[in-house]
Design a protein around this ligand. Structure first.
Ligand code: NI
Length: 206
């Protein structure tokens, strides 16, 4: 047996290992919408987790900043025509209905279009809905990480006849407890009254 022949299985294994690691490094696993929806609908996977992003004032914010408060987390993009604004309006209305007790809830809007949704753009957008709505953006990688942690489906799609791209995205509203742990989700289009009804019991004495 020649030295080259003896080395071959080792080289093959090395080549496979390199191929696998380069696939992981260059093509982050893009999960299908159905797979991500199943993960949420059937409670198959842990939802949420640590994040480090930039708010509409340019400040770095992490999930730890909101310990002791509930988080109501929503993902979208500011150029979204109907689904995002509708859900953000319902979130704002629910907070209004909760009154002063609702101040224990931190509403958070995380963009899925970090290229266009800069802190300045978010600063123009979020106050339209609620004075306490926090807008978060980040690098593409940071947004990928937080979206993946919340099992959010999103894809940028070209809009040939209109300016700018659109982001096709899932639109669940996530409710997280005072320790940042996942409590549950609301489907897109959930009315304010229903949000209030579910959140209210969590606002008692902590
Ligand atoms: Ni949207």
């Amino acid at each position: 047996m020649s030295v080259a022949a003896a080395a071959r299985p080792g080289l093959l294994a090395l080549a496979l290992a390199l191929a696998a690691s380069s696939t992981l490094a260059h093509a982050p696993a893009r999960r299908s919408a159905a797979e991500l929806m199943d993960a949420i609908m059937w409670n198959r996977e842990t939802i949420g987790g640590p994040f480090a992003l930039t708010d509409q004032q340019g400040r770095r914010r992490t999930d730890a900043d909101f310990r002791g408060r509930l988080m109501l987390v929503y993902f979208g993009f500011t150029a979204c025509a109907d689904v995002c604004p509708g859900d953000l309006q319902q979130i704002a209305a629910a907070l209004q209905q909760l009154g002063p007790a609702g101040e224990a809830v931190q509403p958070i809007f995380i963009t899925l279009d970090p290229v266009h949704d800069t802190p300045a753009r978010l600063a123009q957008y979020v106050p339209h809905f609620h004075p306490r709505l926090l807008g978060l953006t980040g690098t593409a990688r940071e947004i990928d990480q937080v979206a993946s942690a919340y099992r959010v489906y999103y894809r940028t799609v070209a809009r040939p006849r209109r300016a700018g791209d659109a982001v096709d995205h899932s639109a669940f509203i996530y409710l997280m407890d005072r320790e940042g742990k996942y409590l549950g989700f609301f489907p897109p289009g959930t009315p304010a009254a229903r949000l209030r009804q579910v959140i209210q019991p969590y606002l008692g004495t902590p």
